[in-house]
Write a protein that binds this ligand. Structure first.
Ligand code: PMP
Length: 941
């Protein structure tokens, strides 16, 4: 193109000159002018007398008019309706002489003048965050641009220019001496070498096309849709248009999409996937794409460093703020991995690489239980950055043994220097490509080693295999799950090479239905009322502790499963269930030890007098039975419930759950249901500042109980959760249950505590929620955490009530209290005790709460509340009107899920983030949750 690599700045035109030329040559009457940034042209935005805005471009001196006219031809083609899928490009205005480019004399000599319409929107650079949808649209736009320009003529002049990605090497060489920082120079050198290597073998095979060639983050505009999501709206600036390798269009888009991203490969993959839906990518193009995108950032950083040497601010400096960190991140990603990930994103199947053949058996020790498989979830995990995906998968095979074992080398190898603390070896098999092995846990060695050579003894060993020395040096010992398929294609499984057998089967993507398949089948065979979490749900295949893993091995921190109280796949619970299933399972009319042991253990945890248990299968069933008992024992029908409560799904309980009968599709309460005012300190009549709020809210219970007595229909019972879950983590003020229970008992009613959400130590300072209110109920119902996910629930009451319930009618429950459930229930209680989970809940809860409190700086956060490890963050649009931020709560949850953290809205308006993780949740997990929520709330969505 016309501009040389580095040019002296041109004399600026004054605003008067610009406006005068605009009037004289285009007949447009500008009222005011604002300068815009630009690389070489002098650009301004001018408001016209009729209110429209236009962009006026004064080309750099000596710019080629024919070339600008060619750019206008490309704009015309790309701007034809539908060519870019609704994305706009500017339209060049015609001057009074009919041309779109005119030469005008101004300060410093004649310059080419052009005018185009102003397009609204924020630049991608100006958006704090790019959603995956937006990045995919960027890729699709690149593909459509290539298609729109497919038949365009080549440029009239200038076959290449400084930014031509094929010439990245020479562009960087020219400016590199200006880069003083040695780590930056090293990173650039690495990336430019990769680019040269990739191009050397592929360049002849790369298709050539006319391109926009500058889909950078300042040239692509996005607009916000009414639902708050951003979409690609327009593409600006055809000044760098070129005929060159077709893949450059995508490489440029990928390059800038990686800026500011903690996980550049994920951003890059998303852009490539978007491109692949609308354009073709050949094998040669895929082979150069990752190095080319990285090289573009190098040209950018080096060029601007050279041009702005000595300047502290300005366009160049702003351009580079995010570029250098990304360059350093990219240089740390093995090129083989980057390329594999982008190939996968383009829809190419990725096959796991086959392990090399060993010459001898390396490990005599082979107890499969000690062996950790390649790319399986590891016991330990590491986070890379505030929002990067946690590293959860082991790269390579590990052996953790109780006694030292001998380690031998499976194949001839030569030690590579400088691998410490790992031992790195190069292997060159007679019949295949060279590969590298990396050993952690053995002593350093030197020189050439023959197959079978001793590497000493070890108790902990981790071995990985790699296609290059650089990959062996750069790869971590743990990798994020999002990179699973990429690593499987790059790094062979060392298990067979070492002669090891892996104990457990990894949950690999090829063994399960993918998310789309599962969702489609669900939609076909389930009713719409059976909703799933999330707009784009993850497809879960396993869990461990506080983490869940999807079919791609991606890890999610679970902040909502109070059911899996002692952690997902808790080994004690799993072993107890498996063992008991192998021995005996039957119904509770038979006599077996487990049921007696469990009843004794459970009732021992309750206050004196609560000693008779009914073992059932769900929280709903427990509440249903409790209500039935209360009605039968008192001979009354009417029941008091707290406004907003949820107690379950049976017909009777639905009529006693305001959250359902008043919610969408609700048909109102049963005639015997009576709501009392919800004691809500944030929204209710009596607030946090009222020390007597508990008694004041309880006064409504007294009022209603007395009214029912007066009406001759005294209450059978008052049922209350010990803290309100589904209503939105609502905690009662002191004295509330004490006063309420007293009022109900005064009216002859029974008090039922629903502990389904909060029981079993979650509150930290109490094992049961009601204890924190200083009351003892007549009937307690429990569910969710009781069986750690196994369908199990219970009702516990007094001997007196249980006896009164015995009218002669049999109570039978086929599954309730079966031997497997009881074994699981016992294991859960053992685990709570052995791990000190109640105490842990108190400490972690305090820490978590403190972290969440810091988020009050976000306007959206109306209230933060908690008791132990039951927490809630209430989101509001307005801190005065307290308008619920329902949509926002869904968006926040979806975005957090995309960042690997599971949370979900609840409450009458679904605007409270419910937080009730497994009690295995650590302070570090809480910090991670807070940092991700903080980051998501900071985004401009
Ligand atoms: N009580 C409360 C307080 C609950 O939150 C729930 C479930 N969300 C239930 C009862 C019903 O339990 P289940 O779903 O096991 O029937």
């Amino acid at each position: 193109m016309s501009h040389p690599d580095i040019r002296p700045p041109a004399t600026e035109w004054s605003a008067e000159t610009v406006l005068e030329s605009l009037r004289d040559r285009f007949g447009l009457d500008g009222t005011d002018l604002e300068p815009l940034g630009g690389e070489l042209d002098q650009n301004s935005v001018v408001r016209l007398a009729d209110g429209r805005r236009v962009v006026v471009k004064v080309a750099s001196p000596g710019a080629d008019v024919a070339h600008i006219a060619w750019q206008h031809e490309l704009m015309r083609r790309a701007g034809a309706p539908g060519r870019l899928g609704g994305v706009l490009v500017p339209t060049p205005a015609r001057a009074l002489n009919g041309e779109t480019v005119v030469l005008v004399d101004g300060e410093g000599g004649p310059r080419a003048l052009t005018v185009q319409n102003w397009l609204d929107g924020s630049t991608l650079a100006g958006l704090g965050h790019h959603s995956l949808e937006l990045l995919a649209e960027l890729g699709a736009t690149a593909a459509r641009m290539v298609a729109a320009l497919a038949d365009a003529p080549g440029p009239p002049t200038g076959e290449t220019h400084h930014w031509d990605l094929v010439r990245a090497g020479s562009a960087v060489a020219a400016g590199l001496p200006a880069v003083a920082d040695p780590t930056r120079r090293a990173a650039v050198t690495t990336l430019i070498e990769r680019h040269a290597e990739a191009l050397a073998t592929q360049v002849e095979k790369l298709p050539v096309a006319v391109l926009h060639h500058d889909l950078n983050d300042f040239n692509v505009l996005a607009r916000r849709a009414p639902d708050g999501t951003h979409h690609v709206h327009a593409v600006l600036d055809f000044a760098d248009a070129l005929r060159t390798t077709r893949v450059s269009e995508l490489a440029v888009a990928v390059a800038y999409a990686m800026l500011r991203e903690p996980d550049p490969l994920r951003a890059a993959s998303t852009v490539v996937a978007g491109y692949a839906t609308h354009g073709e990518l050949t094998e040669a193009e895929l082979a150069v794409l990752f190095p080319m995108a990285a090289a573009r950032l190098c040209v950018n950083a080096v060029t601007w460093t050279a041009r702005s040497a000595g300047q502290e601010s300005g366009y160049g400096q702003a351009r580079m703020r995010h570029t250098w960190p990304t360059i350093q991140r990219l240089a740390a990603i093995p090129v083989e991995l980057g390329t594999a990930m982008l190939r996968a994103a383009a829809g190419r199947p990725l096959e796991p690489v086959r392990p090399p053949r060993p010459q001898v058996r390396a490990l005599e020790h082979n107890t499969p239980d000690d062996v950790g498989g390649h790319l399986e979830p590891a016991e330990r995990r590491r986070r890379t950055s505030a929002t990067g995906e946690p590293e959860t998968l082991r790269l390579g095979t590990s052996v953790d043994a109780r006694a030292p074992f001998d380690v031998r080398l499976p194949a001839d190898g030569v030690v590579e220097p400088g691998g410490e603390p790992a031992l790195l070896l190069r292997h060159v098999p007679a019949d295949g490509a060279p590969y590298w092995s990396r050993w952690h846990g053995v002593a350093p060695q030197d020189g050439a080693l023959a197959a079978g050579a001793s590497l000493g003894t070890a108790t902990r060993l981790q071995v990985g295999l790699f296609p290059s020395l650089a990959a062996a040096q750069l790869a971590g010992r743990l990798v994020p799950a999002g990179e699973l398929t990429g690593w499987a294609a790059v790094s062979p499984d060392p298990g067979p090479w070492l002669g090891l057998t892996v104990a457990h089967e990894p949950s690999r993507p090829d063994r399960v239905w993918d998310a789309a398949h599962v969702v489609a089948a669900r939609d076909r065979h389930f009713a719409r009322s059976q909703r799933s979490y999330y707009r784009r749900p993850m497809n879960l295949v396993s869990g461990r502790g506080s983490w869940l893993y999807d079919d791609l091995g991606r890890g999610y921190l679970d902040a909502i499963n109070n059911v899996t109280h002692v952690g997902h796949a808790n080994p004690r619970v799993v072993a107890a269930a498996a063992q008991q299933l192998g021995w005996l399972n039957t119904n509770s009319r038979f006599v077996y030890p487990g049921i007696a042991q469990y009843a004794e253990r459970l009732t021992a945890l309750l206050p004196e007098g609560l000693e008779v248990a009914f073992l059932v299968c769900s929280g709903s069933e427990a509440n249903d039975l409790a209500i039935r008992m209360a009605r039968q024992v008192t001979g009354r029908r009417d029941v008091l419930v707290v406004d907003g409560a949820y107690h379950g799904n049976t017909s009777v309980i639905t009529g006693l759950s305001p959250n359902r009968y008043k919610g969408p599709g609700g048909t109102g309460p049963d005639p015997t249901t009576h709501e009392v005012v919800q004691p809500n300190l944030y929204r209710g009549e009596f607030g946090y500042d009222d020390p007597a709020a508990g008694e004041r809210y309880a006064a409504d219970v007294r009022r209603q109980a007395r009214r029912l007595v007066a009406e001759g229909r005294p209450p059978a019972a008052f049922i209350a959760e010990s803290a309100m879950g589904t209503a939105g983590s609502i905690f009662y003020p002191d004295g509330y249950l004490r006063e309420s229970f007293a009022a109900v008992r005064e009216a002859g009613g029974l008090c039922i505590s629903d502990e389904v959400q909060v029981g079993f130590g979650r509150f930290g300072d109490a094992f049961w929620g009601f204890e924190s209110q200083g009351v003892v109920p007549d009937i307690v119902t429990m569910g969710k955490p009781i069986g750690n996910g196994h369908p199990m629930a219970a009702v516990v009451t007094t001997r007196e009530i249980a006896d009164a319930f015995d009218s002669g009618m049999k109570y039978f429950n086929t599954f309730g209290g079966n031997p497997v459930s009881c074994a699981i229930g016992l294991a859960v209680l053992d685990e709570i005790e052995a791990e000190g989970l109640q105490h842990h809940a108190a400490e972690t809860g305090r820490h978590f709460r403190a972290g969440l409190e810091t988020l009050r700086r976000h306007e959206l956060v109306g209230d933060v509340r908690s008791h132990g490890m039951y927490l809630g963050v209430e989101l509001v649009r307005d801190r005065v009107t307290l308008e619920p931020a329902t949509e926002e709560a869904y968006v926040v949850s979806e975005l957090m899920k995309d960042e690997g953290v599971i949370v979900y809205p609840t409450g009458a308006d679904n605007h409270v983030l419910k937080i009730k993780p497994p009690l295995t949740f650590t302070a570090g997990d809480a910090d991670l949750f807070v940092s991700v929520l903080d980051e998501v709330l900071d985004r401009d969505w």
